[in-house]
Design a protein around this ligand. Structure first.
Ligand code: SF4
Length: 355
């Protein structure tokens, strides 16, 4: 993995984004924002699932006014998502929202942008300048001949530079497109040109396996480049699925270990145990572990002992119904496979995360 792209930091309520802060996970509520009890219930569910920051859509004045209570009751910071109407941003800022997201492609008047920047500055909150390929301003589209990666980067930077000129710099940027390669190229361009914290996401991915792959490949490629300070996986499904995938993505990249990372072999003709069954048992029993540890579950002696040694704790099955346990590089127990599975679970629960 490349070293992390250096960014300045901004704070959204108690969550720092950028600089050395861990990469945070965001999602968005999917019920009408004016339905305050439903939104608050979703924010609690998202917080319990490990979400760090939640965004709410603000399509009208009723929603904007609802944000005050939502921000007060939400256990995690709330970002108001504003398009077109700067006055909605002003209402949410006055109501105590933790941050706002604006889209420069549909908030084009400088006086409107400036009013939002001035209000955010007075309230001490962050603005996300969120550019989307589907709503770029006409002048940028004309210059670049369409919504190219360069156009996305330029649109975000023009808006950020205006805010800076007005004395407002608590800014983070996002440049989203449904096209994975284009999104990755846009983020790389903007990262090379500035030190604003970057909010990563692939937009309008849809649902199912393809949607998950788009987010995993796009966001994952950038994170491997060292680019990205906060992420939102967009899926046409429950926001809890978005958080689950976002956390898993950070987990497999070793960026923010939470819970258990499993290393398990795919099994093959050499495997003499019901590895998939053992794996599911171990996963189920370690599902509530908070600490970020790596557990290996391997089917035979070919790669088993090697992989198990490299994990924090691991089991390597043999073909005679026995298994060996390894902990941080050393074999420490061996015996009947069933007993070793039970012992692995008990020992993993006691294991502190690697410092
Ligand atoms: Fe097959 Fe053994 Fe490799 Fe598992 S560890 S895939 S059982 S060779």
């Amino acid at each position: 993995m490349n070293s992390r792209h250096k960014t300045r930091s901004v704070t959204i309520r108690n969550i720092q984004i950028g600089a050395e802060a861990p990469v945070s996970v965001q999602s968005m509520t999917k019920c009408a924002t004016s339905d305050v009890p439903a939104v608050i219930e979703q924010t609690h569910a998202l917080a319990s699932a490990g979400c760090d920051i939640v965004r709410v859509a603000v399509p009208d004045e009723l929603s904007a006014r609802a944000v005050e209570l939502i921000a007060r009751e939400s256990p995690i910071p709330v970002v108001a998502d504003i398009h077109f109407d700067y006055k909605l941003a002003l209402i949410t800022i006055a109501g105590g929202v933790d941050a706002v997201r604006i889209n420069p492609g549909n908030m084009r008047r400088e006086s409107h942008l400036r009013a939002v920047a001035d209000a955010a500055k007075a309230a001490g909150i962050t603005i996300r300048i969120g550019v989307n390929s589907g709503s770029l301003e006409r002048s940028v589209l004309r210059k670049h001949g369409g919504p190219t990666a360069a156009a996305l980067a330029e649109s975000a930077l023009i808006c950020a530079h205006k805010c800076e000129a007005w004395g407002f710099s608590d800014i983070k940027l996002s440049l989203k497109s449904h096209d994975v390669a284009q999104t990755v190229a846009a983020y790389r361009k903007v990262a090379a040109a500035c030190d604003y914290p970057l909010h990563l996401g692939i937009t309008a991915t849809g649902s199912g396996l393809e949607a998950k792959l788009k987010s995993a490949v796009g966001i994952g490629s950038l994170l491997l480049d060292g680019i990205g300070d906060t992420i939102r996986v967009s899926l046409s499904s429950s926001p809890l699925d978005e958080v689950e995938l976002g956390i898993a993505l950070l987990n497999v990249l070793g960026l923010r270990p939470r819970g258990v990372e499993f290393v398990a072999c795919p099994t093959c003709g050499r495997c003499k145990v019901d590895l998939l069954n053992h794996l599911e048992t171990i996963k189920r029993q370690l599902a509530n572990i908070e600490s970020g540890i790596c557990v290996a579950v391997m089917g035979c002696v070919v790669n088993g002992p090697g992989e198990a040694r490299q994990a924090d704790i691991g089991v390597a099955f043999s073909d005679d119904g026995t298994a060996n346990l390894f902990r941080r590089g050393k074999r420490y127990a061996g015996g009947p496979a069933e007993q070793m599975v039970e012992r692995l679970v008990a020992d993993a629960r006691r294991l502190a995360p690697r410092s």
